[in-house]
Design a protein around this ligand. Structure first.
Ligand SMILES: Cc1cc2nc3c(=O)[nH]c(=O)nc-3n(C[C@H](O)[C@H](O)[C@H](O)COP(=O)(O)O)c2cc1C
Length: 167
């Protein structure tokens, strides 16, 4: 199957999760295109799609939301999975699901939605981001569990297989 993996990531943590997902899909025999949301012109050349985004101040990244606005109909017409990264700390907070996630999942009729703890590296932030982060009690660090991302990607592969899709 031709699978599009499109991930919005300002600071790279979520992009690396997308790379793990792409690796697993390739290992399962799929033909995977990794394309930034801003660069996705059409999705009708793909049989299935995995969307990913970090959450910033309670919202999914603009690039991902724009992609869904532009291509909602095409996305709904094929199987789509969505993951987001955001919660920071041990245990990870916040524990709430941003409204955007619910809205995007509904807009694309997502087959599955997953949240993974993220990474917060203060050094990589610009001044306005530092100010925003300072307003929260977020403890900087890398809380990602790439094995959990890999396991989820395998679930996506299994769902594609169960749907009878040729790899
Ligand atoms: C300015 C800013 C605001 C953030 N706001 C949230 C938030 O509201 N909710 C959340 O769960 N994570 C929030 N985060 C955490 C990031 O989404 C998380 O660390 C993510 O893994 C970063 O991904 P990236 O490296 O792909 O940008 C915020 C991070 C930054 C820098």
């Amino acid at each position: 199957m031709r699978v599009l993996v499109s991930v919005a990531s300002r600071h790279g943590a979520t992009r690396e999760m997308g790379e793990v997902v792409a690796e697993e899909l390739r290992a399962a025999g799929h033909d995977v295109a990794e394309v930034e949301p801003e660069d996705v012109e059409r999705v009708d050349g793909h049989d299935a799609v995995v969307l990913g985004s970090a959450v910033y101040v309670g919202r999914l990244a603009l690039g991902l939301r724009d992609l869904v606005d532009r291509q909602g109909g095409q996305l709904r017409a094929r199987p789509v999975w969505l993951f987001w990264s955001g919660p920071i700390g041990d245990p990870p907070v916040p524990t709430t699901v941003p409204d955007d996630v619910t809205a995007v999942a509904r807009a694309v009729d997502a087959r599955g939605v997953a949240v993974f703890p993220g990474r917060l590296d203060r050094q990589g932030l610009d001044l306005s981001e530092r100010a925003l982060v300072a307003l929260t009690r977020a403890e900087a660090g890398d809380y990602r569990d790439l094995d959990a991302v890999r396991a989820w990607a395998r679930e996506v592969c299994a769902a594609l297989r169960a749907a009878g899709a040729p790899a």
